[in-house]
Ligand binder design. Structure first.
Ligand code: PEP
Length: 255
């Protein structure tokens, strides 16, 4: 039985003060939820304040990106060590916006994932096909490559402990959510790929979460799918009540 994992990706939204105000509203809304792992991923600048504002709660704090390098002349970058020292516990790696806008590659995702694990951070590794790739019937090929290369060289234990986020690019920020059938098919495929690459224990421990226009209104039917272990939420996570409703819909007792 995998504990559902629900993460908010705020992208480039919210000042430090807005992040603190959000936490003050949000933490009480999920105070009674002990059966879902909940994570907020604000912009870098708000990480320390959010770690402080969520202290003593079950709400974790994630970065939206990280460098694979430990330190050095890498202007604008932030290392895994810096995140850990700030109290951050998870990190989103390989989000499609990073892949599409900043040229992130599968090899880069792999390097960041290894660096994060070595530093004791939980990676949330994002994979997903574009609309063109889906229409060309290449969804599984793309996912096999992203999962295969992104997680290459990890041990089964490391894979069991990380999170894979399936985010069809055509569903991110578009309001066009994958149907339960589409999500179910892809999540089962990813689980099979994990099994063949890392074995049964790794595949059954790894949380595979769905992202792409998840809202309170559609969360429950997606979360009810056997191989969907939670959600990565962009737009609908910016409002505390809306994100809390998605967390509630992800509880095992609900789904
Ligand atoms: C995301 O950016 O990871 C995401 C899923 O965004 P949205 O929920 O807005 O589609």
């Amino acid at each position: 039985m995998r504990t559902p994992f629900v993460a908010a990706n705020w992208k480039m939204h919210k000042t430090v003060q807005e992040a603190i105000d959000y936490a003050r509203n949000f933490v009480p809304l999920v105070a009674s939820v002990s059966d879902v792992d909940i994570v907020l991923a604000p912009p870098f600048l708000a990480l320390p304040a959010l770690v402080e504002a969520t202290e003593g709660s079950r709400v974790g704090v994630a970065a939206q990106n990280v460098s694979a390098e430990p330190n050095g002349a890498f202007t604008g970058e932030v290392s895994v060590g810096m995140l850990g020292a700030a109290g951050v516990t998870q990190v989103i790696i390989g989000h499609s916006e990073r892949r599409q806008l900043y040229g992130e590659t599968d090899a880069g995702v792999n390097a960041k994932t290894r660096a994060a694990i070595d530093a004791g951070l939980t990676p949330i590794v994002c994979v997903g096909e574009t609309l063109d790739e889906r229409e060309a019937d290449r969804t599984f090929d793309v996912l096999d490559r992203q999962v295969g290369e992104g997680l290459a060289g990890l041990t089964p234990e490391q894979v069991a402990a990380l999170v894979v986020a399936y985010e069809p690019v055509w569903a991110i920020g578009t309001g066009r959510v994958a149907t339960p059938d589409q999500a179910d098919t892809v999540h089962r495929h990813i689980r099979e790929q994990l099994t063949s690459q890392f074995g049964d224990a790794a595949a059954s421990g790894c949380r595979v979460i769905y992202g792409g226009s998840v809202k309170p209104a559609n969360a429950m039917e997606l979360m009810a799918l056997a191989d969907v272990d939670g959600a990565l939420v962009g737009g609908a996570s910016l409002d505390p009540a809306s994100f809390a409703a998605i967390v509630t819909a992800s509880r095992p007792s609900t789904t």
